[in-house]
Write a protein that binds this ligand. Sequence first.
Ligand SMILES: [Zn+2]
Length: 141
Amino acid sequence: MLVHDAIFPIRGKHDLGQSDTNNFGGSRGHGGQDMFAACGTPLVAERPGVVQFEATQDRAGNYVVLQDATGQSYAYVHMRDRALVKKGARVQAGQRIGYVGETGRASGCHLHFEMWTAPGWYSGGDAVDPLPELRRWDSFS
Ligand SMILES: [Zn+2]
């Protein structure tokens, strides 16, 4: 049996790394990876952890931030509804946490996904390019 360290966060048809504007960095200082998928496509925790933040905001729309045991965190932004998990809750890899949406400043249904080094999202960590990890997870899940 193969054991992997993470599960791809979007459980349905999606794109990945299709254009520079969807990717991390670039002239507009994009802080994550945009992955387009139909609104309502389930989103799951990509690895076990704890809900670090869960809220709704003008630009981000409905978002949730998960933190793993190493202190790295992972943000899911523009979700259709408020997350299915609340701040402080434990999540298992593959647990459903919400659905793809286009809330906040988003055009088109997509997941904006961020990865931050410990101690996490806007808590002293740094945003890093999640694309290599996402490609790896996508290859086996
Ligand atoms: Zn984005």
